[in-house]
Design a protein around this ligand. Structure first.
Ligand code: SF4
Length: 350
C-alpha cells in the first residue's frame, strides 16, 4: 500500500492526484493566508529546477509536499515557457530517482506497476558479478532506455529472458526516472482550462517567468551564433541549434558535433556556451569544461575536429541534406564552401 509519505515523495502518482481531488480545492482556495507554505514550496520547486536542475526532497511536511506539486504545474503551464517545463520535468525526475533508488524492491514494483503499468517481474538471477532483482517487459524497457546514452542500456548489451530484460534495482529506478520525466512534462504541458488567475498567483507566475530568463536566458528563437558567416552553417548544425533552443534533448553525438563545429569555425567560447544554455540539463560548468576539452585547452591538449557526414548519418545527426551536402564530406567543408560563396557575393555587391 502507498502511504501519505509515499505520495509526498512521489506526488506525480495517480494516488496523489486522487488525494488532491478529494480535498475539493479550487485555484481561488489556495490563498496565501491559508496555503502560504504550499505556494512557497511550489515556487521553490520551480526556482530550484531552474537554477540548479535539481529539486530537494523536502518531505517532512507531507501535505505541503503533495499539494505544492500540482500548484507548481499550474504556475508553470500559465507561464507558457516550454524551456522551463522541460527543465522542471527533468529536475522532478531526478528528485524521484534519488528517492526511488532507496526503496525496497516491493515498493519499486508497486510504483512501476500502479503508476506506469509496467510489466515487471521479480527475479533473482546472477550473470557474472551482477545480481538482477527484476526483469522488465521489452516495450517498457525500450520506451525508457532509448533516452539513455550509456552503452550499457543498448539492447545488444542486455541479458534477455523470454521477452523480458533483466535489470538491477538501481536500473529500474533509473528507468522509472525517465518515465517520471515524460509524465511530469506531459502534465505541465496540458492546456490549462481558462481560469481567472487570482492576483496572488499572478505575481508568482511573473516571478517564475523572470527566473526562466535569468537562468535559461532570453529566448533566442533560433538566433544563429555570432560566427564569421552564420548563414553558411549546414542544415545539421542549424537543426542542432534549433533543437537546443526549443529545449529538446540532443544526444551526445549531436552536442559534440555542434561544439566541435563551432570551435573549428572560430566561434568565441562564450558564444558556444550561450548556444547550449537552453538545454533542459544545461550546466555552465560542465559545458565550459567540455568546450575547453574539445578546443584542446584541457587533458591531452588535442583539438577535436567535427565528425564526418557518414558518421553523422549513422548517428541520426545529419538533417535534410541539401545540394551542397552532395559535394562535401564534413560539415566544416560545407561551411567553408558556403562562406566563400557568400563572402564573394557580398564583395561583388559592395
Ligand atoms: S550531409 Fe553532412 S553537412 Fe549536410 S546535413 Fe548531413 S551531416 Fe550535415
Amino acid at each position: 500500500m502507498l502511504t501519505r509519505a509515499d505520495l509526498a515523495k512521489y506526488p506525480f502518482l495517480n494516488e496523489a492526484t486522487d488525494y488532491v481531488k478529494s480535498l475539493g480545492l479550487s485555484i481561488e482556495d489556495i490563498r496565501p493566508e491559508e496555503y502560504g507554505p504550499v505556494l512557497d514550496r511550489a515556487e521553490k520547486r520551480l526556482e530550484e529546477a531552474l537554477s540548479k536542475g535539481r529539486i530537494t526532497a523536502n518531505i517532512a511536511d507531507e501535505n505541503t509536499e503533495i499539494l505544492s506539486f500540482p500548484v507548481s504545474n499550474l504556475i508553470l503551464s500559465l507561464t507558457g515557457e516550454e524551456r522551463a517545463k522541460r527543465r522542471y520535468a527533468l529536475a522532478e525526475a531526478k528528485r524521484a530517482y534519488e528517492l526511488l533508488k532507496q526503496e525496497s524492491p516491493d515498493k519499486l514494483e508497486l510504483i512501476a506497476s500502479s503508476a506506469f503499468q509496467w510489466k515487471l517481474r521479480r527475479t533473482n538471477m546472477q550473470f557474472g558479478r551482477r545480481l538482477y532483482d527484476f526483469s522488465i517487459g521489452l516495450t517498457d524497457y525500450l520506451r525508457n532506455a532509448i533516452h539513455l546514452k550509456e552503452p550499457r542500456w543498448k539492447l545488444s548489451n542486455r541479458v534477455l529472458d523470454h521477452g523480458f530484460v533483466l535489470a538491477t534495482r538501481d536500473e529500474i529506478a533509473r528507468l522509472l526516472e525517465e518515465e517520471v520525466r515524460s509524465k511530469v512534462l506531459d502534465r505541465a504541458s496540458r492546456p490549462t482550462a481558462s481560469v481567472n488567475v487570482p492576483p496572488f498567483l499572478g505575481q508568482r507566475i511573473e516571478h517564475v517567468r523572470n527566473l526562466t530568463v535569468k537562468y535559461l536566458g532570453t529566448p533566442v528563437h533560433y538566433e544563429l551564433p555570432r560566427v564569421p558567416v552564420p548563414e553558411a552553417m549546414p542544415p545539421c548544425v542549424r537543426n542542432l541549434i534549433s533543437l537546443l533552443d526549443s529545449g529538446k534533448n540532443v544526444q551526445h553525438m549531436g552536442r559534440f558535433t555542434l561544439a566541435a563545429f563551432l570551435v573549428n569555425i572560430g566561434a568565441e567560447q562564450e558564444e558556444i556556451i550561450r548556444v547550449f544554455k537552453p538545454a533542459s540539463d544545461f550546466s555552465e560548468r560542465m559545458t565550459r569544461y567540455q568546450v575547453e576539452h574539445i578546443a584542446g585547452q584541457r587533458g591531452g591538449r588535442t583539438k577535436y575536429t567535427c565528425p564526418m557526414c557518414t558518421t553523422l548519418k549513422t548517428h541520426g545527426v545529419c538533417y535534410k541534406p541539401d545540394e551542397i551536402c552532395a559535394t562535401i564530406r564534413n560539415p566544416l567543408s560545407y561551411y567553408k564552401t558556403q562562406a566563400r560563396t557568400l563572402t564573394r557575393g557580398k564583395k561583388a555587391v559592395n
